[in-house]
Design a binder for this molecule. Structure first.
Ligand code: ACO
Length: 382
């Protein structure tokens, strides 16, 4: 039986919550029509290629840039929290033995960060150790022993060092800083909202970040840079770009790395990462042929998308150049989303701190559309 009055008063349901403003934030502003991303007052173009990741973290957590002493202090606290617990390393070894997906390994590893840090140090431990976990797991997946972190290096330099065991040059460090700064925060996306919901119950930062990683893991949120690069690899040669992508579009497939739910003009992050990738490939010794092929694929893709989907404004998104930059830095495609998480952790924490200050549980309503008035029938009589 459906109650008539319930059906008549059914409220409008905002599945997907697209039009709902659920939080006030000073952290980032996304204008999809203007193609603008503002991070704590700075356009992404202004800050991403200038700040170190530590400066960005301070900015998000304090709403201003640090002076020298403050920057040294934050840098030191991150460096002091890099080492993961032996139990975390054992867990990663067990995960690698079972060929567990890197995002699942990160999810499990993140939850163990409580082993090493109390609530005072949690935010530093999360940002520092998630990088250690990603680097260690990448090596374990490649049958290599993890490289212990060094506390005399900056965040990005140490991250690259833990991946390879070699000290990276300044160009590679700059490229990784730029990437991490570019993707550190992006409005009330699904994983950020998840972090805010968890912290709003009075829970802790490790739980909020672990939950956010669980949300990021889903292919609708964090999954495109790997496939974007795989498409470029499949194309293989500039001469095949047009026929390959034309065939994809004829089959009704999507060109990976193009189009965006929010940006209806070019994603500003794509340009920042394109410039960073250009610098890295020109000066950092990465494969120049792949770089030229990727640029060619982009220009052909944009022409074909306009031809097949006229008026849809399908432009290059952040994932396309993320793929190129990450590859140039030596990350494998399966590591792209975990590396993204190492940056976004700082944004999730900033949102969690903001939500804590609101001090109110997030508890929307649901509309019941089930039966009323059912009577109990014992199991043997059903
Ligand atoms: N290649 C080909 N066609 C596309 C593409 C694409 N990359 N993107 C959208 N379209 C087409 C759709 O098929 C649709 O065509 P139709 O109207 O003829 O049916 C039209 O453009 C509009 O598509 P929507 O799904 O409404 O666009 P939406 O804004 O919902 O989708 C999305 C955005 C999911 C990112 C989409 O563009 C896509 O799948 N892109 C490829 C995957 C990708 O790069 N994802 C990463 C996005 S960046 C990020 O999430 C951080």
């Amino acid at each position: 039986m459906i109650r008539n009055e319930t059906a008549m008063t059914a409220p409008q349901i905002h599945a997907g919550l697209d039009s709902i403003v659920a939080a006030e934030t000073r952290l980032s502003h996304v204008d999809g029509l203007a193609g603008e991303l503002v991070i704590a007052g700075f356009t992404a173009e202004e800050i991403a290629s200038r700040a170190t990741f530590e400066e960005m973290v301070f900015l998000l957590w304090n709403d201003r840039l640090p002076d020298t002493g403050e920057l040294d202090s934050l840098t030191g606290r991150l460096a002091a929290n890099r080492e993961i617990a032996p139990a975390t390393l054992d867990l990663l070894r067990a995960a690698a033995d079972r060929s567990i997906d890197p995002m699942d390994a990160l999810l499990m590893g993140c939850a163990t960060i409580s082993l090493t840090a109390g609530s005072e140090e949690a935010r530093y431990a999360l940002v520092a150790q998630i990088a250690t976990i990603v680097a260690a797991y990448t090596r374990l997946r490649n049958d290599q022993e993890p490289v212990a972190p060094r506390n005399d290096l900056g965040h990005s330099a140490n991250f690259l060092y833990m991946l390879t065991g070699d000290l990276p040059d300044a160009e590679r460090v700059r490229a990784l800083d730029t990437y991490l700064n570019t993707v550190v925060d992006h409005g009330l996306n699904a994983s950020t909202f998840a972090a805010r919901v968890i912290i709003a119950t009075g829970s802790d930062l490790v739980s909020a970040v672990t939950g956010a990683i669980g949300a990021l893991k889903g292919p609708l949120h964090g999954g495109a840079p790997g496939p974007a690069l795989e498409m470029v690899f499949e194309i293989g040669h500039p001469d095949r770009a047009e026929s390959h992508m034309r065939a994809m579009l004829e089959r009704g497939e999507r060109l990976m790395g193009f189009g965006h739910r929010v940006y209806k003009v070019r994603d500003p992050r794509a340009d920042i990462l394109a410039v960073a990738a250009t610098r890295l490939f020109e000066q950092g010794g990465a494969d120049p042929e792949l770089f030229d092929l990727t640029r060619h694929v982009e220009s052909v893709a944009l022409r074909l998308l306009e031809e097949y989907k006229p008026g849809r404004n399908l432009q290059t998104n952040v994932e396309f150049y993320t793929a190129l930059l990450m590859h140039g830095l030596g990350f494998s495609t399966e590591t792209f989303t975990p590396v993204f998480a190492t940056s976004r952790t700082a944004g999730w924490i900033a949102h969690a701190l903001e939500q804590q200050a609101v001090g109110r549980i997030i508890r929307p309503q649901s509309h019941y559309s089930g039966e009323f008035g059912r009577t109990w029938i014992p199991v043997g009589e059903r």
